[in-house]
Write a protein that binds this ligand. Structure first.
Ligand SMILES: [Zn+2]
Length: 330
């Protein structure tokens, strides 16, 4: 059996297709095949619902009963969000103690002044991403040194503002008076290895309370039919204001916003709409995470429930770190 990280698991979900998934997932299908709750159905759009269904099938012990349409899982794409972002094929592991499986995600953000360039000049942004990565390597700004307190947020900001920003004609990172509001360079996510993709920590009572709390918050947020319709497009929350509004106008013209009138969008304004979409997306994200944990708990999902053959069919490759180790022992 093979082990995969949470990241690889999500990659699988993105790329499998379950034959006979209805083109429109209605409330009855949701209740029968995903989760038996009417109110929860409304928080999700069609893409979310399909994703949840796939998550449930992959978590289940009877995934062989579903006809999965095999699509190659493509190599990792450079999202140009982090300094040391990994590229190359998605891996599976033979050994559940493999360091690469249990180390979690640790990286530095590409700073804001560089990210901002992306909207106006994609080619320049690409070059700057290359330069900042080289700058990190040349200065030996590594995750290990950061965790050892050899380098800090303050030092990185100071050096960026003093050297990198003027060299490339970039805005400086704003230094705040309070520690709390300081730009954070570093991001760490919990290990996506065995601890995470298991059901050991799941608390069913807490799950029920959390879900009803989420529903209540959403009820307070979506005050009326128009907001309900706009909430289906909360993926726009990360778009710049103008792009977000233009897409909403387009959806309205295509009759994909129900009864919402163009004037409603204009009158409410981009700032309020964006705030709404950001809040809605946060609630929905939490609901998806909770449901995903619930599926794994209810099926007693084990992280090694995937076979090598299954994963290789999806173009995942063995991790060389633990593959070689097992090979040596034989
Ligand atoms: Zn490994």
């Amino acid at each position: 059996m093979a082990y995969i990280t949470n990241y690889a698991y999500n990659h699988l979900i993105e790329h499998i297709k379950i034959k006979d998934t209805p083109s429109f997932i209605d409330k009855a299908f949701f209740r029968k095949n995903i989760y038996d709750n009417d109110y929860l159905y409304h928080i999700f759009n069609q893409l979310d619902l399909e994703r949840l269904f796939k998550d449930k099938v992959l978590s289940s012990n009877n995934k062989d009963n579903y006809w999965l349409v095999y699509k190659e899982v493509p190599d990792n794409i450079d999202r140009e969000k982090y300094i040391y972002e990994k590229q190359g094929s998605v891996k599976y592991h033979n050994d559940d103690s493999c360091k690469s499986l249990n180390s979690g995600f640790k990286d530095f953000f590409i700073p804001e002044p560089i990210q901002r360039v992306k909207e106006d000049d994609k080619a320049r942004h690409k070059k700057l991403v290359k330069h900042i990565r080289v700058w990190f390597l040349e200065n030996n700004y590594t995750v290990d040194r950061y965790l050892n307190d050899d380098i800090s947020d303050k030092l990185l900001t100071r050096e960026f503002n003093k050297n990198f920003a003027p060299q490339f004609g970039l805005d400086k990172i704003v230094v705040s008076q309070s520690e709390k509001n300081q730009f954070k360079w570093y991001e760490e996510k919990k290990p996506s290895g065995s601890q995470y993709l298991s059901n050991a920590c799941f608390d069913y009572d807490k799950f029920i309370i959390d879900m009803s709390d989420l529903l209540k918050k959403r009820y307070d947020l979506c005050t009326g039919y128009a907001w309900e319709s706009i909430s289906k497009h909360d993926y726009l929350s990360e778009k710049p204001y103008e792009e977000m509004i233009n897409i909403l106008f387009k959806k309205q013209e295509e009759n994909k916003l129900g009864q919402v009138k163009r004037e409603f969008i204009t009158n409410i304004g981009k700032v309020r709409i964006k705030n709404f979409l950001v809040k809605h997306r946060e609630l929905k994200k939490k609901a998806v995470e909770n449901l995903s944990d619930y599926f794994k708990w209810s099926y007693n999902f084990k992280q090694d429930s995937f076979s090598h053959v299954f994963l290789e069919d999806f173009n995942l490759e063995p991790c060389m770190m633990c593959h070689n180790k097992v090979f040596e022992l034989q």
